[in-house]
Design a protein around this ligand. Structure first.
Ligand SMILES: C[S@@+](CC[C@H](N)C(=O)[O-])C[C@H]1O[C@@H](n2cnc3c(N)ncnc32)[C@H](O)[C@@H]1O
Length: 376
């Protein structure tokens, strides 16, 4: 219980990191899921359709000698397209999910000597690369395709899905790191205020207070929530008069944002992203390419902040600040330091999937791609 409490506080620190990103442009950034019982995906249906595959190839700037780091291997869709397009290339394939890692190991047998499977989180990369004798400034391009794979969403036993009943697990690492709390652990032990913050910040859930209260009441009046259906049903009861829709104007379940919030929290996703982009800079060659595909604004904001320098949105006009709030005044040197970036963006704006792709793969509808070159 005490160790869970300390996990809440370190991750809620990450919540505030995001709040800072969003609301306080003058702050500098700080450096910041059981798999044994999960089935292998079926062979008939592609386990995960890669998003913006052609755009990834076009922007990665690779050739036949390139060494590529796929930080989010998943079912290997992006990796396979690179291996096929550039027959001399080598791809290092990282994923924290042991199911995905097994698929990367299988792929190694199809492309002998060209696939290096790595099991771990972004934050475990330095140790993994060290064990392979891989130096810094090594890769020609690094790809992050953030979030969960369809394999994870589609398997009820993983606990990510609203539409499939299963245990409230949501750990991308499965049982690889058994000490890490599941979504059920969080719902059973976090206090009401921490639950509220998790839902508000990670889910951007406007009814966070009401849901947090209901979860705590359910825990005392009935029993701790154990399954995805129990949680979805509880939220449907609490928000009985609400209707919600997604970006394509399709009906969305009122518990969608709560599920997103819990998943991000359980997997410490935003801190991982922040650290992952820092590591990409360390392991890319100068002139190497960073490619990110984000699925919600919290992810994209972190990437954008790295690529454009720490001032996220508007370029800053220092003078008024001096008069508005002297404590927020910075000299030219510190402003330069805040705004300097190790990256040169390849495009002024984010790239979006084509209508054709969104029609064929609705999961791509909220994708935003960024591409940048490491300049220092
Ligand atoms: C959207 S899927 C990637 C799909 C992949 N590009 C494909 O074409 O099949 C995201 C994958 O990243 C993994 N992942 C998410 N966060 C991670 C992290 N911090 N470290 C390592 N892997 C992570 C997930 O387990 C998941 O398999």
């Amino acid at each position: 219980m005490n160790s869970l409490k300390s996990i809440y506080h370190s991750r809620l620190g990450a919540n505030f990191f995001c709040f800072k990103l969003k609301y306080n442009h003058l702050e500098t950034s700080s450096t910041c899921c059981h798999y044994s019982d999960t089935k292998q995906p079926s062979k008939e249906k592609p386990p995960h359709v890669p998003v913006m595959k052609h755009e990834v190839i076009e922007n990665a700037g690779l050739n036949n000698q390139s060494i590529f780091l796929d930080m989010t291997f998943g079912a290997g869709g992006h990796t396979k397209s690179i291996l096929d397009k550039y027959p001399g290339s080598i791809v290092y394939c990282l994923d924290r999910d042991p199911v995905a890692h097994r698929m990367a190991c299988d792929l190694e047998t199809v492309y002998p000597g060209r696939v290096v499977p790595l099991l771990g989180k972004f934050s475990e990369l330095p140790a993994l690369l060290k064990s392979h004798g891989t130096r810094q400034n090594y890769f020609d391009a690094v790809l992050f395709d953030f979030g969960c794979s369809s394999m994870q969403f589609d398997e009820g036993g993983r606990g990510f899905s609203l539409s499939k009943d299963g245990p409230l697990d949501m750990r991308m690492d499965g049982n690889r790191l058994p000490q890490n709390p599941t979504a059920a652990d969080v719902l059973a032990t976090a206090d009401e205020h921490d639950l509220y913050k998790i839902l508000k910040v990670y889910g951007e859930e406007k009814r966070a207070k009401k849901i947090a209260r209901a979860v705590v009441e359910a825990r005392y009046l009935f029993t701790p929530l154990q399954t995805t259906k129990e949680l979805a049903d509880l939220i449907s009861c609490v928000l009985v008069n609400e209707t919600r829709s997604d970006k394509l104007d399709r009906h969305a379940h009122v518990a969608t944002k709560t599920f997103q919030a819990l998943r991000i929290f359980v997997n410490n996703e935003l801190n991982e992203i922040n650290y992952g982009v820092l590591l990409a800079q360390r392991y890319l060659k100068i002139g190497g390419r960073l490619i990110t595909i984000c699925f919600h604004s919290l992810e994209d904001l972190i990437v954008k902040r790295h690529i454009t320098g720490n001032m996220s949105d508007n370029s800053i006009n220092v003078l008024p600040l001096q008069y508005v709030d002297n404590s927020r005044w910075h000299d030219e040197e510190s402003i330069k330091e805040f705004t300097s970036s190790n990256w040169e963006p390849l495009h002024k704006h984010v790239l979006l999937p084509s209508d054709y792709e969104v029609e064929r793969n609705p999961r791509s509808r909220s994708a935003k791609m960024r591409a940048a070159v490491r300049i220092s």
